[in-house]
Design a binder for this molecule. Structure first.
Ligand SMILES: NC(=O)c1ccc[n+]([C@@H]2O[C@H](COP(=O)([O-])OP(=O)(O)OC[C@H]3O[C@@H](n4cnc5c(N)ncnc54)[C@H](OP(=O)(O)O)[C@@H]3O)[C@@H](O)[C@H]2O)c1
Length: 263
């Protein structure tokens, strides 16, 4: 293990872009973990790693991964595990889908397969990379990011729903298999649109965030006037799940913005 790695171990955050992934990485860095952030765009990841390391005075490593490619997952985790033991895995990657519904007959089979590969096969394979070590240590946390499509079929979003349904099933299986061995597995269902972090100038008040929600709604055609979900606020929940007492572990949690007008 690299001598300067945190004694708390590594928090590996898979699927780090400008919204939720970055906020989760920042939160675990803030709490004293050495953080590995993983996604496909290594240039952007490296900028995030520098930013978080500087602002949180933490060690942050950027590692390229393509979660639709088994070899890439194995190689990426060789890199992660060479840093030290993984105490926390957050699986946050998702295959981007159009905000607008797509007729089933217009969805290409490759597009459907890719969504399943990223949401479910990638999640399975990343969990496999860290579980052995967690079981050996009798501790660890694995958190999966879901959305409304994890729970209910939505017309026009079959590839998203099928991938996220499968991830939910995986999370439940892992929770039941590994909780008795000391590994906390939980599924976080986000019901809403994730915005930019509220910190800084991007959106400094709930009113601005509401306006931003309306702008995004114009693009998406859904959730008119809803407050955007603050990724820093969501990241707090990931942290709280991780530090839960093992006598009372959450297996699934759903999160809604305060003024949501539907379930
Ligand atoms: N955004 C929302 O409104 C919303 C709502 C509900 C739930 N969620 C869930 O929250 C999670 C995060 O969403 P977010 O919008 O906040 O994104 P984010 O955390 O800012 O970034 C996620 C990143 O995943 C990476 N990714 C995509 N395909 C990948 C692949 N094949 N291999 C590795 N990494 C991959 C992408 O980076 P690269 O392109 O660099 O790979 C992307 O930027 C997702 O699971 C999503 O389903 C989001």
């Amino acid at each position: 293990m690299a001598s300067s790695v945190s004694s708390k171990g590594i928090a590996a955050i898979v699927g780090v872009g400008p919204k939720l992934g970055r906020s989760i990485a920042r939160k675990f860095a803030h709490e004293g973990y050495t953080v590995a952030i993983l996604a496909r765009d290594l240039g952007r990841l490296s900028r995030f790693a520098d930013e978080i390391a500087r602002e949180e005075k933490a060690q942050v490593f950027a590692i390229r991964i393509d979660c639709s490619d088994s070899r890439s997952i194995r190689e990426a985790f060789e890199g992660v595990l060479s840093l030290g033991f993984v105490e926390v895995l957050v699986y946050n990657a998702h295959q981007p889908t159009s905000w607008h519904p797509t007729n089933l007959t217009d969805i290409k089979v490759e597009q459907f397969e890719k969504s399943l590969a990223v949401s479910s096969v990638g999640a399975f394979h990343c969990a496999q990379q860290v579980l052995l070590g967690m079981v050996e240590r009798g501790r660890g946390t694995i958190l999966f990011t879901g959305c409304s499509a994890s729970l209910s079929g939505i017309p026009g979003y079959s590839e998203l729903c099928c991938g996220k349904f499968a991830m939910r099933g995986l999370s439940q299986c892992l929770a039941k298999e590994f909780q008795p061995l000391g590994v906390h597995v939980a599924h976080v269902i986000i019901h809403g649109i994730v915005g930019a972090p509220a910190r800084g100038a991007i959106a400094s008040s709930s009113q601005q965030r509401l306006l931003a929600g309306e702008q995004e709604q114009q693009q998406t055609g859904v959730w008119a006037g809803e407050v955007l979900m603050d990724p820093d606020g969501l990241a707090q929940t990931y942290w709280h799940l991780h530090i839960q007492d093992r006598s009372a572990w959450t297996q699934e949690i759903d999160l809604h913005p305060s003024n949501q007008r539907y379930i």
